[in-house]
Design a protein around this ligand. Sequence first.
Ligand SMILES: *Cc1c(COP(=O)(O)O)cnc(C)c1O
Length: 470
Amino acid sequence: MTTIDSVRQLPKVDELLREPRLENALRLMGHVPVREAIRTTLDKAREGLLAGHSDEPITEESIIFSILKQLDQETKTKIRKVINATGAILHTNLGRAPLAEQALDAVMDSSRGYSSLEYDLEHGRRGQRGASTEELLCRLFNAEAATVVNNNAAAVMLALSSICRGREVIVSRGELVEIGGKFRVPEIMEESGAKLREVGTTNRTRISDYERAVNESTAAFLKVHRSNFRMSGFVEEVDECDLAALAHQHAIPLIYDLGSGCISQDLAKLLPEEPTVSQAVACGAEVICFSGDKLLGGPQAGIIIGKKEYVERCRAHPLMRAFRCDKMTLSALQATLTLYLDPEMARQHIPLLRMALVDTGALFKRSEQVKDILNARGIKATVTSSDMIIGGGSAPEVRIPSWALTLVPENGTSSTLQSIEAALRAYDPPIICRTVNDSLLFDLRTVSQGEEQILIEALCAILGEGDKRL
Ligand SMILES: *Cc1c(COP(=O)(O)O)cnc(C)c1O
């Protein structure tokens, strides 16, 4: 291959655009991005020649290689499908809850063309956005009213702004929590224009603390579920039903930030510390906020249910316009909630429930089968005991015994481990696993049957014949 040693010998942009090896990229991405990649690569080559760098000889081959590499990099950094082999069912960095087929179909159906998003088909006039989803929420939870926004942080913010602005909200010091992603109760409170009135101590808050703090400027009590941590030892907190009762005595609402929003009774049995939405409603909380993409297993959304008077105030607030959901979210949420009308449908079709409720014995068997396949192909794997991880800041203390496929590199240096982990991440589709001490853990709970084969092929390709890392 001839080395290009002068700027004048560099290929021209138009010549490169006719290069057969760039044809595929041109077809997939169009002219503009390919031309840009060609320009940047040529600019760099020109600079290299002028500066007299001689470490990497420039050839036409190396230029085409750089262009393809840059285009490939652009594709790789886009949001794309990954295989989650970490076992964390609600992995925050991997998009939380995967959607049910029915939810995906609903998104396609309402978004490919036009939809009745804000149209009343019966009367042929403008309708209310999300009305059918709200009716479904009321029906499922026996609530007076409901509304939906983009996420639970927005739901809490909206509830505080529309119900408590300029007045006091009483919160236990044990619930001034940070949920991650900058959701901090005191800061949300400040942004909403409500005044935070702290009561109790970090570890103990009693009903009398709330009672003493109530005054004519009190707008509400706020209860926040400690989603992502637990307190133990010398602790005391006020039960939400008792707090709701005290709120009623003083004719103020209880706003309850439930966090995850567990709906499924089966899931609730598994996660006894997670309050269910129905429990919160039964206690009489006036305003209940929870996420759509945590334990509900739907799209990212924030759901507000409760007494009509307060939900109406949320709906009428100017922030509602900024927080309202689009048709894709509402369609996916509606389809997911529809599945909850029948618990068996929910169990079968909502991926989050399917993964969380999978039979541990069956998971062990599946892991053993994959282990056998890998062993037969010369890769030493074992199945070891591990814990199920809910993730997404939900149920942090829950320890449900589970199984994981485990690989221990023989010359177990951490760099070997890291290089395998990185190779899996660079695979197409990328595979995300866990490294624990000197081993790689693959939890098949979050790997679908279809993905299982890809995982096997990836491991064989990375660790296969001739590679002595394992
Ligand atoms: C997760 C969580 C939030 C934030 O919900 P998003 O849907 O992520 O915005 C707020 N409060 C609690 C208690 C949570 O657990």
